[in-house]
Design a protein around this ligand. Structure first.
Ligand code: C2E
Ligand code: MG
Ligand code: MG
Ligand code: MG
Length: 276
């Protein structure tokens, strides 16, 4: 009798597993098709030098519009890709799209700027990541200085050994690493130092609270620290002139936000690049 119960439990378990696997497979397929059909595209948001107003960089941000689902937010798409294990394919797709756009701008005789690409901790946990990146960039014959990766503080929860090695390998080739959303997560400071990042982006939460003494002090302290450590600082989420004035005063050199430009289609961004 016991044996039978055991058997039926296994059956139920298997059926549930099967259903889960089928579902996962369906979602994976769906997203793969979205990539193939060009539904998933990169938008570009310029990064400005606050002192002189020039565009000195750009961030690539993923956008997905599907006929059935409508707009799917980047956060949701990335979360699903991470859960289903598709993040590696999606990440590679994003990198290749960015490379293709850079090549296209170069061929048009435009003065290109470094492109910052967001990556997931899961990608950095792939022991082959830095190698794949190097191969890809070489394939498109892009100079390393035109590629930057934005990582988040969630790297502190990952396989730190592999993450560190990937970052070190990429830095050695000349790719820059930026700590995104700085101040939002945990263990910011030790991560910043241990990973030897080149740049930090102050989280938009702080920028949007400029005017409040506490947040201004945080921004000022982080900027001073970054300057002392020879790290570049970018303020994200700038929406008002008052915010710019404050950032100028405390000598925060780079900024990004709706005040100057929203993330836009590549064809619109291209128009903002200077002709050589
Ligand atoms: P993030 O990397 O911190 O990107 C900044 C987010 O702030 C973007 O949201 C951008 O559109 C938004 N933003 C820019 N300026 C302003 C502003 O002035 N005000 C406000 N309120 N928001 C502003 P988005 O595009 O929805 O992306 C959300 C997050 O999704 C990103 O945060 C990033 O973590 C992730 N993400 C986006 N694209 C990718 C990607 O290609 N790969 C990966 N792994 N993650 C991505
Ligand atoms: Mg980012
Ligand atoms: Mg950010
Ligand atoms: Mg963010």
């Amino acid at each position: 009798k016991d044996k039978n119960i055991h058997k039926s439990k296994i059956k139920i378990f298997n059926r549930k597993m099967e259903k889960k696997i089928t579902e996962k497979f369906k979602i994976q397929n769906f997203i793969m098709n979205a990539m193939k059909d060009g539904e998933i595209v990169l938008y570009y948001q310029p990064i400005f030098n606050i002192r002189n107003g020039q565009i000195e960089g750009v961030e690539a941000l993923i956008r997905w519009h599907n006929n059935k689902l409508g707009k799917v937010s980047p956060e949701k798409l990335i979360a699903i890709a991470e859960e289903t294990g598709l993040i590696h394919e999606l990440g590679q797709y994003i990198l290749e799209q960015a490379c293709k756009d850079i090549v296209n701008w170069k061929n048009k005789g435009l003065h290109i700027v470094p492109v910052a690409i967001n990556i997931s901790v899961k990608q950095l946990e792939n022991t082959k990541f830095s190698e794949i990146v190097k191969k890809t960039i070489t394939k498109y014959r892009i100079e390393e200085k035109y590629i930057e990766f934005e990582i988040t503080e969630s790297v502190s929860a990952g396989d730190i050994h592999t993450i560190q090695k990937n970052i070190k390998d990429m830095k050695n080739t000349g790719i820059k690493i930026c700590m995104d959303d700085f101040g939002k997560g945990y263990s910011s400071l030790s991560m910043l130092l241990n990973l030897h990042v080149d740049k930090l982006k102050i989280d938009k939460e702080f920028i949007q609270h400029i005017g409040k003494e506490r947040d201004e002090k945080v921004i000022m302290t982080v900027t001073q620290m970054a300057n002392a450590l020879d790290l570049k600082v970018v303020a994200e989420g700038i929406e008002t002139k008052e915010q710019v004035e404050f950032l100028k005063e405390i000598d925060c050199q780079w900024g990004q936000g709706y005040l100057w430009a929203k993330p836009m289609m590549k064809s619109d961004f291209e128009k903002k690049l200077i002709r050589l």
